[in-house]
Design a protein around this ligand. Structure first.
Ligand SMILES: [Zn+2]
Length: 338
């Protein structure tokens, strides 16, 4: 099994963290963003465990893609938590991390009920409907591009084994809502079933792989759009890598945090603060915007802050804009706290 697209850092999680760090805790949106952060953490927990499990099982002739986001005909996007391609079939995996005492799936109407330890009930759409919608989207996407047609299988994985999984007696899709340890057995069953068909050659797999990777569009919704914030509600300044307070104060060639007394070299806090700018405001930044957002006085100081980050840029000296997405290339997934 080859991981062709590893799980990226969760921008939803990082954006919520950046927003909570940079707006006042009395802001009316604060509780909503806290809730968004909790949801993002649950999502990451589930996706992490599936990605880890798949990295351990040894099945040949398969490619794995995590968090693929592709465009539909109507210009909206659809996102696949995990896609596996093999010469005989494709498999979409939707990951749902529910906590609480139990969840129950029922078919009439299609819904999932969650019963929490606080004795409250919440109702959600049946995740099987979601994964079937993704199957339809993927099938259309393949047809539009004249890519090889293969059967598309689907599964929902509920990785939190401490939350009991219940099915109402009328629920027909119970075999497709599984726990993580049964994933390997399900893959073997799909392999056995689909190997009866002739499958597609390696060259077609490579073509499909190329198109999937080329057409993946990373999400670009910034915090100010996602949470409808005004730019002037965002706190400016370099944030402390140790205690996360804002702003640090420049002292000669270092930055000092007046809240926890931490001293840092110029490079590290600049990187993290520009990541916040990317998450909350925009994909690109120019020298004036660096001065404004990081509270540095001169164009030279702003250039020093950007130096060493090895960012791609476009434009000549005056109109130069730096592309901030590269900051996430070295992001350590292990540091995601969920
Ligand atoms: Zn500090």
């Amino acid at each position: 099994m080859t991981i062709r697209k590893p799980r990226p850092a969760s921008l939803q999680l990082l954006t919520a963290e950046a927003a909570l760090r940079r707006i006042s805790s009395s802001h009316p949106k604060y509780p909503f963003i806290e809730l968004d952060l909790r949801k993002a953490k649950a999502g990451v927990k589930g996706e992490k465990s599936v990605a880890h499990f798949l990295s351990l099982i040894n099945l040949t002739d398969k490619f794995v893609y995590h968090n693929l986001r592709l465009k539909r005909d109507d210009q909206h996007h659809f996102e696949l938590d995990t896609l596996i391609i093999s010469p005989h079939y494709l498999l979409i995996i939707e990951v749902k991390y529910f906590s609480g005492e139990w969840v129950e799936l029922r078919e009439y109407p299609n819904q999932l009920t969650q019963f929490t330890y606080e004795q409250t009930r919440r109702t959600y759409e049946d995740p099987i409907l979601q994964v079937k919608e993704q199957r339809k989207n993927l099938a259309n996407w393949l047809v539009r591009r004249n890519l090889p047609s293969l059967p598309i299988e689907y599964l929902v994985i509920m990785p939190n084994s401490s939350c009991e999984l219940r099915f109402h007696e009328n629920y027909k899709e119970y075999k497709r809502v599984i726990r993580l340890p049964s994933l390997e057995q399900n893959l073997i069953s799909f392999d056995t079933f689909h190997k009866r068909s002739s499958g597609i050659p390696k060259s077609d797999i490579n073509l499909l792989d190329e198109r999937l990777l080329a057409e993946h569009c990373p999400p670009a919704s910034h915090g100010i759009t996602r949470y409808a914030l005004q730019e002037d509600e965002i706190k400016k300044g370099i944030h402390c890598p140790q205690c996360r307070s804002i702003p640090m104060i420049r002292k000669k060639c270092t930055w000092h945090c007046p809240f926890c007394d931490y001293f840092s070299s110029a490079k590290i806090p600049g990187r993290e603060t520009l990541m916040d700018y990317f998450l909350l405001v925009n994909d690109t930044i120019n020298n004036r915007q660096v001065r404004d957002f990081c509270l540095v006085d001169t164009p030279r100081q702003a250039r020093n802050l950007l130096r060493g980050l090895n960012l791609e840029y476009c434009g000549s000296t005056k109109g130069r804009v730096y592309l901030l997405r590269g900051l996430f290339d070295l992001y350590d997934l292990q540091s995601e706290k969920v």
